[in-house]
Ligand binder design. Structure first.
Ligand SMILES: [Zn+2]
Ligand SMILES: [Zn+2]
Length: 185
């Protein structure tokens, strides 16, 4: 037991529960909350006040979550674009190609995971006249947009801008698909 209920001066249950851990003594509204105070939410063993899980318990959860994610993901055998492996490299886990990631592992002496995540292309987030209109309408007087000149010229300029920048893409991790690092199996 990590908690006891405090009593009122008339020796009745107060509805307040106190954590019994050394150097804590925090009060909680329920027995459950007080029992969990100063206890790791994973292994149930004592933990420093204010901490939720032991770092090694958190790691266990992360490792399991990653394994589950990979298990559920669609398995690819080839991939010729960016890939992702969390915590690796100097581009926040992103690598231009599978070979790039393999070279990194070799260079750093890291154990190559069997599967790594692929990425999806994020098209250039086009400029839009609606955003501009919203800004003007929220700052201006009522129906200000109707009084604006040069709207069709602006529209044309935005269209040109979007066309010119249509080739700009970025890549974000696709947690639903993984590719084998061992080539075609
Ligand atoms: Zn406590
Ligand atoms: Zn723990």
């Amino acid at each position: 037991m990590n908690a006891i209920q405090l009593l009122t001066t008339k020796k009745r249950p107060s509805g307040w529960w106190q954590c019994q851990a050394e150097r804590c003594g925090l009060l909680h509204h329920s027995q459950d909350a007080a029992e969990c105070c100063c206890r790791c939410s994973v292994c149930g063993q004592p933990i420093e006040r204010g901490k939720f899980r032991h770092p090694e318990c958190q790691k266990q959860i992360d490792v399991q979550a990653l394994a589950d994610r990979i298990q559920k993901a669609e398995k690819l055998t080839t991939w010729d674009s960016w890939v992702f492996w969390d915590g690796w490299g100097h581009k926040e886990g992103y690598f231009e190609s599978l070979d790039d990631l393999k070279n990194h592992a070799e260079w750093k002496g890291l154990e190559l995971p069997e599967w790594v995540f692929v990425t999806e292309q994020q098209p250039f987030n086009s400029a839009s006249i609606d955003d501009i209109r919203d800004r003007i309408e929220s700052d201006g007087y009522e129906d200000v947009w109707a009084d604006c000149e040069g709207v069709s010229e602006l529209e044309k300029a935005i269209e040109t801008f979007n066309d010119l920048n249509a080739g700009l893409v970025s890549y974000t991790v696709d947690y639903k698909r993984v590719v084998s690092t061992r080539g075609v199996t």
